[in-house]
Design a protein. Sequence first.
Length: 264
Amino acid sequence: MIPTMSPVDLREERAEKLIVQNVDVFYGQFHAMKKASLGVAEHCVMALIGPSGCGKSTFLRALNRMHDLTPGARVEGEVLLDGENIYASDVDPVSIRHRIGMVFQRPNPFPKTVFENVVYGPRIHGEKRREHLLEVAERSLRSAALWDEVKDRLDRPALQLSGGQQQRLCIARCLAVDPEVILMDEPASALDPIATSKIEDLIEDLKREYTVVIVTHSMQQAARISDHTTFFLSGELIESGTTSDIFTKPKDKRTEDYITGRYG
């Protein structure tokens, strides 16, 4: 059954924030992602869908050089951020991960207070002014729709928060370093339906200021929250387009078979 989608107004042409050109990802001798090319428009939500093991998370991690941290992994091809190849030899991967933040599948707050979690990034970059850090914390927590729930317990351990709150805290921590793009790897898969709904509402709000790319195992979620959807299968990018087109009139039969539940 094809998921129901809310209408998305795509009449306004948006510039491409990310352009992926012929990207291959290898884990040792294993060719995990093959010649993927894709454009991601700014201030939109791009959903990456496909069956388990299809390469969508591998592709996501190529977008901010996360594979640099995996022994034996290598990436070939180009990923352009505002026209600049993030894999160029003179580009600092740490600076790229600040511009392109990552939120992981399971909440991973540090064993610190709520406040110290949020301001961790600014602190390691040398920011010591307490007043400024408080401003960053409030702004980031408000943007992550968490401020009202934690404003009176900023000095309490982050691990005391619920799972959904911890995930929004991790989003706030990502926002605190002022990224331009936010990557999310199944950010709601470990959460209950209420917490999932809050994350989805938050993603809708975030695209006003950021470009969001999200891996999701749920086609219903992709239909609800994304402007564009990309389908992966067996390490290949099969098809990409507006979410409406992908779900109602896919061009590739493999996409149609997956959307209609024939496999995956």
